[in-house]
Write a protein that binds this ligand. Structure first.
Ligand SMILES: Cc1ncc(COP(=O)(O)O)c(C=O)c1O
Length: 424
């Protein structure tokens, strides 16, 4: 709160499309999709209409012992899209991660391997900030203060050149880096698979670590290794899901083979188009079957009051309808080509390094020793009408998919001007 005396909170009064408007009428281009959740713009007429209609029918009923049409339809549609036919609903990304971790451990317990209590994650990973999720997170600023409270999990090397700094020259990760990191994973799994329940991973790009992108070959190898050593693979698609990386789910770029699917997949953020809190953990018949039992102790007991809220599920269904009706993935592919061309002025800027792009995400490092660069650029961006939230010296664009060429060009232009102002 003390920092806000220098960087005051921005009171938002309304929003439309890619624009947020504050109480004084000043507009900001939401270049971070309100923390990576918004897909089709604020106040999207189609999602608004779906929620309004649902509101008059059923707003919410507990999902314990009861169910409702929006939850059933959503589970069916997510199952069809991912090939993972069982859905467990929750309310936020972190709660989905908690569920995936607990479900993995409990599966092994139910199948006679109760010593599998450890989880493996990549260096630089971010999976949320509740205690379980934080225990598989490796971002110091969120983790350090709570380290004494966290389970002792295991980190493996990120698949980039020599574990180099974010945005180094080896970027994006080469195939040799993927092989080297996979070899390190194999050494660990070979030695300790008896105590490891699951490997949890953000497929293709680590968001909170600074949009660190890496080669799908690493995940193909990781999938094979997890199968070989009897360890679950949890794909945390909370940020990458729903088209961010250029495919509906990032895992589709890893493999579409049925035997290469993740064992568990966490979804949230874009699932409701950025409207309402909802998350979902999808899993396989095999994991489902291990809990199907007369004994309550073998069942998966986990609940959140607002799990699978009917309003949120309806927003999610409307979101999936838009994907289908507008052929969003194909449309984004064309947009991404045009937008990448629009980022060329960034490439020419002497301070801009390691400009990279995956799907509807663009990121680069700014070569500067300016103190508090991220906060200063955030403030300079706001003054110029763009909402940027740099991560350290990494600046990224992850706008709602409805952004048009003119607004994207404006985003690039104002970002460059803000950088010049801050690093001068
Ligand atoms: C990959 C990933 N996992 C989990 C989370 C946590 O989600 P939530 O903030 O909804 O708890 C995030 C949030 O940024 C994320 O990016």
């Amino acid at each position: 709160m003390k920092h806000h005396s220098q960087f005051p909170l921005v009171p938002i009064a309304s929003a439309n499309g890619v624009w947020l408007t504050d109480v004084e009428g000043k507009r900001y281009l939401d270049a971070v999709s309100s923390w990576w959740v918004n897909l089709f713009g604020h106040a999207n007429p189609r999602i608004n209409a779906a929620i309004k209609q649902q509101l008059d029918t059923l707003e919410h009923a507990m999902l314990a012992g009861f169910t409702h049409e929006p939850a059933v339809q959503l589970a069916e549609r997510l199952g069809a899209l991912t090939g993972l036919g069982h859905a467990f609903f929750a309310s936020d990304g972190a709660s989905a991660v908690e569920i995936a971790l607990k479900m993995s451990f409990h599966y092994w317990r139910n199948t006679g391997q109760p010593n599998k209590t450890k989880f493996v994650s990549l260096e630089g990973s971010y999976h949320g900030e509740t205690l379980g999720a934080l225990s598989v997170t490796d971002v110091a600023i969120f983790r350090d203060a709570y380290a004494p409270l966290l389970n002792n999990n295991i980190l493996v090397p990120f698949p980039s050149g020599a574990g180099g700094p974010i945005g180094d020259d080896a970027f994006p990760c080469c195939i040799e880096c993927a092989d080297a990191a996979a070899a390190a994973l194999e050494v660990l799994l070979a030695a300790r698979h008896d105590e490891i329940a699951a490997f949890i991973v953000e497929p293709l790009v680590q968001g909170a670590a600074g949009m660190r992108m890496y080669h799908p070959a690493y995940l193909r190898r990781a999938r094979e290794l997890c199968t070989k050593y009897g360890v679950h693979l949890i794909a945390d698609e909370i940020m990458t899901g729903f088209g961010r990386t250029g495919s509906m789910f990032a895992w589709e770029q890893v493999s579409t083979a049925p035997d290469m699917k993740p064992d568990l997949m966490c979804l949230s953020k874009g699932i409701t188009g950025g409207y309402l809190p909802l998350s979902c953990v999808l899993t396989t018949d095999n994991i489902y079957a291990a809990f199907y039992d007369d004994s309550v102790a073998r069942g998966f007991l986990h609940s959140h009051s607002y799990t699978g809220s009917a309003l949120a599920c309806r927003a999610a269904l409307a979101t999936l309808d838009i994907f289908a009706a507008d052929d969003v993935i194909a449309d984004n592919r064309e947009k991404a080509v045009r937008f990448t061309t629009l980022t060329l002025p960034l490439k020419k800027h002497p301070r801009v390094k390691a400009l990279r792009h995956l799907g509807m995400i663009w990121a680069f490092a700014v070569d500067t020793s300016t103190e508090n660069f991220a906060k200063k650029l955030f403030a300079a961006g706001l003054a110029r009408g763009v909402l940027l939230r740099p991560i350290g010296n990494t600046v990224y664009f992850m706008p709602p998919y409805v952004i048009d060429d003119e607004s994207f060009a404006m985003l690039v232009r104002e970002t460059l001007a803000a950088i010049d102002e801050v690093v001068a």
